[in-house]
Design a protein around this ligand. Structure first.
Ligand code: SF4
Length: 342
């Protein structure tokens, strides 16, 4: 075990990834980076990390900011629940607690994120097992479908005594991110190849996690006028964000009647969530006449919108442009693709 530990740490010290949060000791900044990395690729996360911290440089600044502003700063990074959790966490604690067990109880902190913050910021000896580490360890031990507990125990046992635990966690993560790649691992350049039991057939380890993905059909109703688009506060998976009315397709006629409009079909957009694939029909209608409440038409650029709604508005905009109709407000902010009639 000692040989493996020395080989990996030696390699890491010579080849660390240059990331803006490397060497960071402020637990809040580490937390923001780790929360972003939960579901956003590293290269994509970097500009959001800088933007978010420029606007909310401390837990106090985040606590004092309105939720809508926090969601707006997160816009584009996706998975808004993470921003909601960060904001809620800031209301709950004055400062981040220093122990893994206490961090684990906070909004949005699962075992990985709590361990990353505890080891990197506070030097606690606790293993952080993310997807990269899961892959590396499963291959090293040729384990096909290890349980999270088994992997965590192994990661914990492998942690060398006396070394900085955060450095060890990062070394494993970097190995997974740059050498032990999911599809084509670079075994000939791997510092721990001599210890790897899965090297002969790395693609076998770990076995694929089965994820049930359901298809869901929805309809979006884009009501537009000169002043803007009708947006409402969304609920459920998009709680806290804004969007046009979204509903099962069979409910569209009744909603359209309630608004006093006769919408036209403007195309379809697709959107993938963690466990669902959404197929959303986009319907558009000018909102005018007696039923229209102009004060409810707003510029979509001023509200936090989930990515799905950006796609819906782009599709509506492309359709209206194709028809030679008044463009939606804030059209420039939504990069418009040409409308493709069926
Ligand atoms: S030898 Fe290959 S499979 Fe094994 S840990 Fe290194 S890169 Fe991964």
């Amino acid at each position: 075990m000692k040989g493996l530990q020395e080989a990996l740490l030696g390699w890491y010290r010579e080849n660390p990834r240059l990331l803006p949060w490397r060497g960071e000791k402020d637990p809040y900044r580490i937390l923001v980076a780790e929360v972003l990395l939960q579901q956003t690729r590293t290269a994509q996360a970097i500009p959001y990390y800088h933007r978010f911290l420029a606007r909310f440089p401390s837990l106090k600044a985040l606590r004092e900011a309105p939720l809508e502003e926090v969601l707006k700063a997160w816009q584009g990074a996706g998975y808004y629940r993470r921003a909601l959790h960060l904001h809620r966490l800031a209301q709950e604690v004055e400062a981040l607690p220093q122990g893994y067990a206490e961090l684990l109880g906070l909004p949005g902190l699962g075992p990985y994120t709590a361990a990353a913050v505890a080891s990197l910021a506070f030097g606690e000896r606790v293993a952080a097992v993310d997807g990269n580490v899961r892959r590396v360890l499963s291959r090293l031990l040729a384990w096909e479908n290890p349980s999270p507990q088994r992997l965590w125990r192994l990661a914990q046992d492998l942690m060398p005594p006396g070394e900085a635990p955060g450095e060890w966690n990062q070394a494993l993560m970097d190995l997974g991110a740059t050498v032990c790649l999911p599809r084509r691992p670079l075994c000939s350049r791997c510092p721990v190849a001599a210890f790897c039991q899965g090297r002969a057939d790395p693609g076998r380890y770990p076995g694929a996690r089965k994820r049930k993905v359901r298809e869901e059909a929805l309809a979006a109703l884009v009501l537009w006028g000169r002043e803007g688009v009708y947006l409402e506060k969304l609920e459920g998976r998009f709680a806290g964000l804004y969007g046009v009315p979204l509903m099962p397709p069979e409910d569209l006629p009744a909603r359209a009647r309630a608004f006093g409009v006769e919408p036209r079909f403007a195309g379809e957009v697709r959107h993938a969530l963690t466990h669902r694939r959404l197929r959303v029909e986009v319907h558009v209608a000018p909102w005018e006449g007696a039923a229209c409440r102009r004060e409810q038409l707003v510029d979509p650029g001023e509200k936090p919108l989930p990515k799905l709604m950006e796609k819906v508005l782009r599709q509506a905009q492309a359709f209206l442009a194709h028809e030679g109709i008044l463009p939606l407000p804030h059209a420039k902010a939504h990069r418009i693709k040409p409308f493709q009639p069926d």
